[in-house]
Design a protein around this ligand. Structure first.
Ligand code: CDP
Ligand code: CDP
Length: 226
């Protein structure tokens, strides 16, 4: 099971990172959150006051910085050049700018290379938008995780308000729809379901039920492939 490579893609708030973490733990694989990498570059660009339209500067940042992950009991911590930015990359300004930064071809080239290097070294559950199509086109398991936008917004709303953030539900829903539009409409490796991905619609499904479904798919793939 250690070398299984699982690609988990889907829109914002579908439950990818929550489910990917649990599946990875259960199968003894490494969880890789590729969204956190795009968020880390976005955070750095905001720190350096780089315009999200300045492709050359963004490309330079992504080839220069070192991104590392450290697994913890709650998930994973993200470090950029040795600095822990786990909390910072979830900030609103990072979320608002990440789609623009991640549309830059030079940024994608650096991060896709890093993601492929990790998956060459170990078995992974990798979550993102283009894992099954671009990063790991020959992954052993490809899942497209989705849910209605209403439900995805509700989940994010509950998650954020539980952490003490105050937000407007309708605005949050519009932000999610806008980000999905930008991510699926961009020219380079857009968010897209791979033709051979299994669709798992999580609307009305709890986390445990989704994890069980995906574990079942992984175990079937393992039985066939290994
Ligand atoms: O967790 P959430 O759905 O809010 O997003 P995320 O997985 O942290 O990803 C943040 C953003 O990074 C996405 O909206 C995409 O713009 C970008 N992304 C990407 O372009 N390709 C990936 N493989 C993963 C994320
Ligand atoms: O990574 P992605 O943006 O796809 O979603 P997430 O951050 O894993 O999940 C967003 C929120 O939905 C979290 O608070 C999860 O606990 C919750 N969730 C849920 O309520 N039911 C599911 N089946 C999956 C996730």
């Amino acid at each position: 099971m250690k070398t299984l490579r699982v690609a988990l893609d889907g829109p914002a708030g579908a439950g990818k990172s929550t489910v990917a973490k649990l599946v990875a733990k259960s199968l003894g694989l490494t969880y890789v959150d590729t969204g956190a990498m795009y968020r880390a570059i976005t955070w750095k660009a905001l720190q350096e006051q780089i315009n999200p339209a300045d492709e050359a500067a963004l490309t330079a940042i992504s080839s220069r910085v070192q991104i590392d992950f450290k697994l913890t009991s709650e998930g994973q911590d993200v470090f950029l050049d040795g600095v822990d930015i786990t909390e910072e990359i979830r900030a609103r300004d990072v979320t608002a700018n990440v789609s623009a930064v991640s549309a830059v071809p030079g940024v994608r080239a650096s991060l896709v290379k890093l993601q492929q290097e990790i998956a060459n070294k170990m078995g992974v559950v990798m979550d993102g938008r283009d894992i099954g199509t671009v990063v790991l086109p020959d992954a052993d398991v490809k899942i497209w995780l989705t849910a209605s936008v209403e439900e995805r917004a509700r989940r994010r709303y509950e998650e954020m308000t539980a952490k003490g953030h105050q937000l407007d539900f309708e605005q949050l829903k519009r932000d999610i729809e806008r980000r999905d539009e930008l991510d699926s409409g961009r020219e380079h490796s857009p968010m897209k379901r791979a033709d051979d991905a299994v669709i798992v619609d999580t609307s009305g499904l709890g986390i445990e039920a989704v994890v069980e479904k995906i574990l079942h798919i992984c175990r079937s793939a393992e039985a066939q492939n290994f």
